[in-house]
Each structure stands twice: as C-alpha cells, then as structure tokens.
Design a protein around this ligand. Structure first.
Ligand code: B1M
Length: 222
C-alpha cells in the first residue's frame, strides 16, 4: 500500500488527529490524519482510495479491537475524531458525486431515550466503513424515522435503545416502518437489546457493537 495511505491508517488507528494534538504521546509533533489526508489529495490520490485503503481498514481494526476489549470507548472516540479530520477533506468529493459511498444509513436513538454515546460510535464506525450517515439524533419517534426513509428510500435504518422502558418504543417504531416500508432493512442495538428481542419485534438484525453493525451492512451490499 502507498506509504502515505499507511500513515493515514496508522493515525486513524492511533487516534492522531493533527500535528497539534497531543494524543497519542508517542506521535507528538507529527502530522496527523488531517494533514496527511490533505497532502494525499494534493498528490493526486483519489478520495475513494483514501477511504478504501486507509480509513475503512483502520476503522475496521479499531472496531475489532473494541469488540475484543483490547481498546475502550475513549480510544475509539479518538480514532473517530481522527477519521472525521480526514473526512473533512473527502466530503466535498462525496457531495459533488465524484466519489460514491456504499449506501445510506439512517440512525437514531428511539423516542424517550436520550443516550447517544453508543449511537454516535455506531454512526462514526459506519461512516468510516464508507457509508453516508443520516443521524437523526436522540428521542426520535416513528414520524421522524418515516420522514427520513421517505427522503432516502434505499437507506438501511438503525435504532438504538439504552433503557428497558424505551425498548417498547423501539418495537413501535419497527412496526410502523415495516408497515409503510416493508422492504426497509432495520438494524437494532443498545445495551438491553438482544437478538431474541430483535426477532420478536420484526427487525432484521441485531448487533451488540459497532463492528457487528458495519459487518452487517457490508454483507448487505456484497
Ligand atoms: Co443513563 N442509564 N439514564 N444516562 N446511563 C443507563 C443506560 C443505565 C444502565 C444506568 C444504570 O442504572 N445502571 C440505566 C438504564 C437501566 C435500564 O433501563 N436497563 C440508565 C438510566 C436509568 C437513566 C435515567 C432514567 C436516569 C434517571 O434520570 N433516573 C436517565 C434516562 C434519560 C433518558 O434517556 N430519557 C439517564 C440519563 C443518562 C445521562 C443523560 C446522564 C447519560 C447519557 C449521556 C449521553 O448519552 N449523552 C447516561 C449515561 C452516560 C449512562 C451510562 C452510565 C452509560 C451509557 C453509555 O454511554 N455507555 C449507562 C450505564 C452503563 O452502561 N454503565 C446508563 C457507553 C456506550 C459506548 O455503550 O450505549 O451500550 P452503549 O453502546 C454500545 C452498545 O450498546 C452498542 O454499541 C455501543 C458500543 O459498543 N450499540 C449499538 C448502541 N446502540 C447501537 C445501535 C446499533 C448497534 C449497536 O445498531 C443500530
């Protein structure tokens, strides 16, 4: 792989955002994902190559390490920040249509529920997996999900719930989405959610962690 792509991947995996960021200490005063991505584009490397050969594999490594409990939420958040600093340079190419994404993913924390740390991690990992993410935020009810699906009918939909009380709202939202858009694929997750519950409410897939969500989407488009 091209050296600069290797270095971008290393920065994302290590959580090195830019030259001035002090984390991780062993990369102090070195360029981060921000500067390297800008340089790579300047050198004529295509944005989809940066995504495919640097950001996606780096974020997949981060996700797998998190699933194996080799790293924890703070390290994952630093990696996501480094990835976002690289994405700033790639976004204009996605927006202009010059570079294609793998698909669209709508995500939200279900109504009544304000927890968003896990949902944000899932959103960032999926974006790092090459998808366009439409993040509806927290406390999202059926109406807002349905409106987003009307606007993006091909999108896969992700629902997060952290409270046993809001799992019931997850069920109502899944039912209303399936009633109006029977072809929509729905992924569910969050600490109290299980595969058994996913099947019971008629969702399509459950993942306990962000990497499982990324793998599910990958399998959907492959
Ligand atoms: Co709340 N809270 N909280 N809370 N809170 C929990 C969830 C709780 C387990 C704490 C406890 O009692 N031990 C408990 C729920 C009990 C239950 O119902 N089973 C609880 C409660 C009761 C409450 C309140 C009701 C407290 C009160 O006011 N009396 C209240 C509810 C507010 C509301 O939502 N309406 C409340 C409020 C809050 C804060 C606002 C203070 C804050 C949220 C801040 C925020 O999110 N911006 C908060 C926090 C931080 C927690 C704990 C401490 C941490 C949650 C978290 O972020 N974990 C939590 C206790 C705990 O977990 N130790 C707790 C880290 C995060 C990375 O993990 O969100 O599980 P998680 O996400 C994981 C996976 O679940 C998965 O991937 C993520 C990464 O692995 N995942 C998905 C998540 N969504 C996914 C979607 C997918 C796939 C995977 O596909 C779409």
């Amino acid at each position: 792989m091209n050296n600069i792509l290797n270095n971008i991947a290393l920065c994302v995996e290590s959580g090195k955002i830019n030259r001035t960021s002090p984390y991780p200490p062993n990369m102090k005063d070195q360029d981060g994902a921000d500067e390297l991505t800008k340089r790579a584009i300047g050198e004529g490397i295509k944005p989809d190559e940066i995504l495919e050969y640097a950001l996606i594999p780096a974020m997949a490594n981060v996700g797998n390490k998190f699933s194996r409990k080799e790293i924890y939420v703070p390290q994952m958040l630093m990696s996501a920040k480094a990835m976002n600093s690289a994405m700033v340079h790639l976004k204009p190419f996605f927006l202009s249509g010059e570079t294609k994404r793998k698909g669209k993913f709508i995500i939200g924390t279900v109504s009544g529920d304000l927890h968003d740390i896990g949902k944000n991690l899932v959103a960032m990992m999926i974006e790092g997996g090459g998808w366009e993410v439409i993040d509806l935020g927290v406390d999202v009810g059926s109406e807002k999900f349905l409106k987003a699906i009307d606007e993006h009918p091909d999108a896969v939909v992700g629902l997060s719930a952290l409270l046993t009380t809001t799992m019931e709202n997850m069920k109502k939202i899944v039912i209303s989405i399936k009633e109006k858009h029977s072809g929509s694929k729905i992924l569910v997750g969050g600490a109290p959610v299980t595969m058994e519950y996913c099947k019971k409410i008629g969702a399509d897939f459950y993942s306990p962690d962000p990497q499982g969500a990324v793998n599910y989407l990958k399998q959907l488009v492959s």
